[in-house]
Write a protein that binds this ligand. Structure first.
Ligand SMILES: Cc1ncc(COP(=O)(O)O)c(C=O)c1O
Length: 348
């Protein structure tokens, strides 16, 4: 690492979840069946043809991950191979070329390393959000796959997603709009799933909630997920439950929390359909989880024209979610032993 590179003079603790222009981004192009080598560029603007399929038919997918500074100065990514896998699953579904894992990881690492000055310091409560994306570019007016693609990775220092530092309760409002059909694209991280959710989030916020909660589109009965996070629920009998649905994004954070619960906290874990109205009375603790949301305990939910408080006063964080949060964030920032082998250090 070049010790002369000092950190930017940002008020790290005050950062929200917003775009901050950093110095470099990584870009590679797929043309004539081949990926270019890829390189860092400084221009944050992308120039695409007005007929590009990414603009008209949402032929694009993206990922979200975070780089954190450990106490000893190491820069840590969390399970980036799973982001690579998930991007390639989406690419296959949308008839886009896969981004080879070595290109994906090199793009992420180069973008993080080149923006070292923007990586929030250890203990600041902020982290460097990493946004890989794959878009169909080039002229292609008819409804058919693009012939050229760009893989780009940009980064931005961010603070908490729900405008609250540390572990604070959020509220959710069940959406009257569906997010994804059972056999649609809900399990892929594709932009097409999110445009329709903007209004659901707006309506949830108008009700005073932080975020929309979606039920399954077929019956409006089982919990799917929140607008940008999966759901976990602690039940009696030391059990952690997460909804089983083919319409939700397979959250890397959720998969990690379920493993922590099973292997470090000796909890029973279940992935199964969760009937919101039928089972709500048994919810002991509930949380939304994801890269941006980390683990955000849910205090109350709006459904059937009323607020429903999750077990108790809806104001305090329960012991299960507190422990899951401490264990997850402890691994992610290098404070706890990485016994699962989840960390990926970026060589500086
Ligand atoms: C719809 C949706 N669900 C869940 C998640 C959480 O996934 P992950 O834990 O992999 O970030 C995200 C993204 O963060 C998301 O956009």
């Amino acid at each position: 690492m070049d010790a002369k590179v000092s950190k930017k003079n940002l008020n790290w603790a005050e950062l929200g979840f917003q775009y901050h222009k950093t110095d470099y981004r990584f870009s590679a192009v797929h043309r004539d069946g081949q990926w270019s080598e890829g390189a860092l560029v400084s221009d944050e603007m992308i120039s695409v043809h007005e007929g590009a399929p990414t603009l008209h038919y949402a032929q694009q997918c993206f990922e979200g991950m975070k780089a954190q500074t450990a106490e000893d100065g190491r820069v840590l990514l969390f399970r980036p191979e799973l982001n690579s896998q998930r991007m390639n699953d989406a690419a296959g579904r949308l008839l886009m070329p896969e981004v080879p894992q070595d290109l994906f990881l090199r793009g992420v690492e180069e973008a993080v390393r080149a923006n070292y000055a923007w990586i929030p310091p250890y203990g600041s409560g902020a982290s460097l959000y990493v946004r890989p994306m794959l878009i169909g570019v080039g002229e292609n007016l008819g409804l058919k796959p693009a012939r050229e693609f760009e893989f780009r990775v940009f980064v931005s220092p961010v603070g908490p997603y729900y405008q609250q530092q540390g572990l604070a309760l959020i509220s959710l409002a069940v959406s009257e709009m569906d997010r994804a059909a059972p056999r649609g694209t809900g399990s892929y991280k594709v932009g097409a799933n999110y445009a329709g959710g903007l209004m659901a989030t707006r309506k949830a916020q108008e009700l005073g909630a932080n975020e929309a909660l979606y039920l399954d589109a077929a019956q409006g009965r089982y919990i799917d997920e929140a607008g940008s996070a999966n759901i976990i629920i602690a039940m009696d009998n030391n059990t952690l439950v997460t909804p089983d649905s083919r319409a939700i994004l397979p959250s890397i954070t959720r998969r990690s929390l379920m493993d922590i619960a099973a292997r470090q906290m000796q909890m029973k874990t279940e992935q199964r359909p969760v009937d919101l109205r039928g089972e709500f009375a048994e919810f002991r603790e509930m949380a939304a989880c994801g890269t941006a949301a980390v683990l955000s305990p849910v205090g109350r939910i709006w459904f059937d024209n009323d607020w429903h408080v999750v077990n108790g006063d809806g104001q305090s964080v329960g012991p299960v979610m507190q422990e899951l949060y401490d264990r997850l964030t402890g691994i992610q920032n290098g404070e706890r032993a990485d016994e699962f082998g989840w960390l990926h250090e970026v060589e500086l």
